[in-house]
Design a protein around this ligand. Structure first.
Ligand SMILES: *Cc1c(COP(=O)(O)O)cnc(C)c1O
Length: 395
């Protein structure tokens, strides 16, 4: 056994695909500490700088005082405490849906929800760039799985025709993201809704990187496009712009009731700590406030600055022109991406090199994430360093 893993690890290293943990010895924020050294952090999904916000900290501490630390049981047994109930009500109100349900992570939300919606002989149609949690959920469901090229409406349409012809009377579920996690671009939501209606399919939209970033009060792409009513399953996570931890599904009351009865990752897992639910509620309340909206607009300014300063040359010409907090800097070669990340680190910037299997082989990249907590100077100096180190862009 020992030898087997050693061999496998050697192969990973040879392909520059090995990964390692690093210990962060500070709280999250635009600057973090590793091994006693400070780095400007362009690698977190804490888009609004809420992970260490005093409002969230205080909400969590107050909830610990009142409810303790552990939830003690799964939600259906005796783990549903007042903070969970309050959070779900607030989420539904904020997202404009009848009801909401929280899971211990976004990953668990996908893994529990998709198999509750479709089963053997049903069909799942998945965008090629969907997050691993959605792929895993689709596989676990046992449904027939087809992947369409990223954002390709034409291919999706032909798959829908195929599904209706070859699998009559079965459920068809389209799964996509509103803002894609590694490319930062968006799904053509309006057209997707048209297709799903025409073929009487279900649509599940993962808003993990859209909530807090786009739409009025950060409610995401569905809200921005006024399509709330047309999206059957709205998924999101509390662990990115909302600064805490956990995943959620928003939708009709019946959908949520069904998930409570069928989503195994919800049923067979201890409820999230009440303090986390209380902190997430504080985050939702903040986003709903005018101060929260100001913070989101500030993030928009930071994104704009980064887009202006990062030249679109070479491989990066295709870089998404739409505003999201994820700005990929394409490098291509795995080792070259690692080298660029290492060079940036030696200049005090933490920017992750994203490689296969998270992205396709040969499309390794720096995944730069901007937050409202970054100062203009953080962004200016990073962009200068990237331009200098990547020899004019797109090494
Ligand atoms: C991060 C992410 C998830 C998982 O959410 P967690 O709360 O981190 O488990 C799901 N979908 C997408 C698109 C993500 O980026």
């Amino acid at each position: 056994m020992q030898d087997l893993f050693a061999e496998q690890l050697k192969a990973l290293r040879a392909a520059s695909l090995d990964r390692h943990l690093r210990e962060i010895s500070s709280s999250q924020g635009p600057e973090i500490e590793i091994d006693g050294q400070r780095f400007v952090n362009f690698s977190s999904n804490d888009y609004l700088g809420l992970a260490n916000d005093p409002r969230l900290r205080e909400a969590a501490m107050a909830a610990i005082d009142e409810f303790g630390v552990g939830a003690g049981a799964s939600r259906l047994i005796s783990g549903t405490q007042s903070p969970h109930v309050r959070l779900e009500r607030a989420l539904a109100k904020w997202k404009g849906t009848e009801a909401a349900l929280c899971f211990s992570s976004g990953y668990a939300a996908a893994l529990g929800t998709i198999p509750a919606l479709v089963t053997k002989n049903d069909v799942v149609l998945l965008d090629k760039l969907c997050h691993a949690s959605l792929i895993d959920g689709a596989k676990l469901s046992g449904a027939i799985l087809r992947v369409f090229p990223h954002n390709s409406l034409r291919k999706l349409e032909s798959l829908l025709e195929w599904a209706r012809r070859e699998h009559p009377g079965k459920r068809v579920l389209i799964v996509t993201e509103s803002v894609f996690s590694m490319d930062g671009d968006r799904a053509p939501l309006r057209e997707l809704v048209k297709l799903k209606k025409r073929f009487d399919a279900l649509l599940m939209l993962d808003e993990a990187h859209a909530v807090g970033v786009i739409g009025p009060n950060g409610r995401g792409l569905a809200a921005q496009e006024n399509l709330n009513e047309d999206i059957d399953v709205q998924m999101g996570t509390l662990s990115k712009a909302l600064g805490t931890s956990g995943g959620y599904i928003c939708g009709s009351r019946d959908l949520i009731e069904w998930l409570i009865n069928r989503a195994r990752s919800f049923i067979y897992s201890t409820a999230p700590p009440p303090a986390i639910a209380a902190a997430a509620l504080a985050a939702v309340n903040f986003l709903s406030s005018s101060e929260g909206e100001e913070r989101r607009l500030l993030l928009g300014e930071r994104i704009k600055l980064m887009q202006e300063l990062l030249p679109r040359t070479g491989l990066n010409k295709e870089q998404s022109a739409v505003s999201s907090a994820i700005l990929p800097w394409l490098v291509g070669d795995e080792q070259a991406a690692l080298d660029l990340a290492t060079a940036l680190k030696s200049e005090g910037f933490l920017v992750p090199a994203i490689r296969y299997p998270t992205v396709a082989k040969g499309s390794a990249r720096l995944r730069i994430t901007v937050t409202a907590a970054h100062e203009e100077n953080h962004i200016r100096s990073l962009c200068e360093a990237i331009k200098r180190l990547s020899r004019g862009g797109g090494a």
